[in-house]
Design a protein around this ligand. Sequence first.
Ligand SMILES: [Zn+2]
Length: 109
Amino acid sequence: MPVLSPLTIWFICGVLLTCFVFVAWLRTRRQGDEHIRCRRCNYRLTGIAPEQTRCPECAALFSHHAKVMPGERYLDHRWRTIGLVALAIDVIGFVIPFVVLVIYQASGP
Ligand SMILES: [Zn+2]
């Protein structure tokens, strides 16, 4: 197996991180399945009493986080947070240094 240079490893990490950001972005936009679920933690709420105002799993108030109804399109906040953190790491650690490197090499002798 050939020895990879640190630059190559960094480049591969950047590409993998970009792929992960894309997957997280896809997972952020979800469609509900056949169950009523908690909007905050995705806990299945089928069978709980209608007068219950909080999620039994994460204690989210249903007045603040409306239940996700079967088949409803909604944003998954956990994946959105994961995606935004990964995107920030990707831009700061990979995209900006890569652009700087390209400009630096283009302006070289
Ligand atoms: Zn919940």
